[in-house]
Design a protein around this ligand. Structure first.
Ligand SMILES: C[S@@+](CC[C@H](N)C(=O)[O-])C[C@H]1O[C@@H](n2cnc3c(N)ncnc32)[C@H](O)[C@@H]1O
Length: 364
């Protein structure tokens, strides 16, 4: 897909899905963080690649989505400060964004914004210094074109992991081909922060290369202070793909992000994929009727390593798949009904031990 050159451009279907996800997530995030013990420090949302704030069809972009979520009465009524930092390097888009931001009605002065023209490489760190944002909660949306988020910026936001800081990094589909063939070493070193990713060249299959790059990136995130991360792909009906990587210092952040994700409206024509799935199966999102087929296979794979308690499988679902913890309970129930796992009794629900059926239990 060619990179747009004008001020506004058409919005892809998967961008629409990502915006829904962002809105669901931020509406929860601003409220939780402003009410938390950290709230008084000031909560900061950053769009490092802000864009013009809207699309050709008039639908709003991420900075306006974030501003409306931050400016909700229940957030500003906490009395704790919320600040948005929006960085855009293109002059026309920057001016367009500023005009849109100025037209938004603000409820009170607890919620404020700053728009900066320039590259995020040059602007992000000094602007966060000037705002005194480092000591409070922070969410940085790195939504560049393709694959252009320098790892050193992600790392500076992580700050070693002692603050509730979060990042959402978007990769366009070409990230995989570009790095899997080690075409562009300079870009790869910048995105991964070192040269270890180049070992991708030693691997044979596309599936192995993909898993390796994803795990490599998650390892870098952990090192930067984002102890928890979640990776998933959005695929639209024209086959365009977005890989979203979310990193957080707090485990509850993963559940909030997944809840937002499963809440994305399926009629948008966007499908969803676990990049770790060797079959690359795409499925619809549904909060009320989730497609558990992939999770069931992933749980069976996990049980090949040995029995696990339901509580361990819930944690596995949360941290190592695209599913939420409660999905594991439902998946195990279905697997047990299908006689593909057996369950021991346990004092509590979570203590139930789940295992692959022995030959005896399969053929009683
Ligand atoms: C994918 S668009 C952002 C879309 C926006 N986040 C949204 O969801 O509505 C990427 C934007 O980043 C801007 N950009 C590209 N490189 C940049 C950089 N190094 N620093 C800041 N902005 C950049 C581009 O001009 C473009 O407007």
């Amino acid at each position: 897909v060619a990179t747009p050159t004008g001020v506004l451009w058409d919005r892809d279907l998967h961008t629409g899905a990502k915006h829904q996800l962002l809105r669901h997530y931020l509406e929860a995030w601003f409220l939780i963080l402003t009410q938390s013990t950290w709230g008084a420090e000031g909560t900061t949302y950053v769009d490092a690649f802000a864009g013009p704030g809207e699309y050709k069809d008039g639908s709003i972009g991420s900075p306006i989505i974030a501003l409306r979520a931050a400016n909700l009465p229940q957030v500003t009524e906490t009395g704790n400060p919320v600040h948005l930092l929006l960085i855009e390097e293109h002059q026309g888009r920057f001016e367009h964004l500023q005009a849109l931001l100025s037209n938004e009605t603000m409820h009170n002065d607890h919620c404020t914004w700053t728009a900066k023209k320039g590259s995020c490489e040059a602007v992000l760190t000094p602007a966060l210094d000037a705002l005194g944002a480092w000591s409070g909660p922070m969410f940085v949306n790195f939504d560049g074109w393709g694959v252009d988020t320098p790892f050193h910026l992600v790392q500076s936001v992580g700050g070693g992991g002692d603050k509730p800081h979060e990042v959402l990094v978007t990769f366009e589909a070409q990230w995989f081909t570009r790095f899997a063939t080690v075409q562009d070493q300079g870009a790869g070193d910048s995105v991964f922060g070192d040269t270890n990713w180049r070992h991708v060249a030693d691997l044979a299959s596309a599936g192995e290369k993909r898993s390796f790059l994803i795990e490599e990136y998650r390892a870098r995130l952990r090192h930067a202070g984002f102890a928890y991360s979640s990776v998933f792909e959005l695929v639209d009906e024209r086959g365009h793909e977005l890989l979203l990587v979310f990193g957080t210092s707090e485990e509850y952040g993963i559940d909030k992000m997944k809840r937002a994700m499963w809440n994305v409206d399926p009629i948008r024509g966007s499908r969803f994929r676990d990049p770790r799935d060797p079959n690359q199966a795409a499925f619809e999102l549904s909060l009320t009727d989730p497609d558990l087929r992939l999770l069931k296979e992933q749980i069976l794979g996990r049980l090949e390593q040995g029995p696990a308690t339901l509580s361990e499988l819930k944690r596995f679902a949360l941290l190592d798949t695209v599913y939420r913890a409660p999905h594991a309970t439902d998946a195990v129930k279905e697997l047990a009904t299908e006689k593909r796992v057996s369950r021991s009794s346990g004092r509590t629900h979570d203590e139930v031990v789940v295992q692959l059926p022995t030959e005896q239990s399969l053929f009683p």
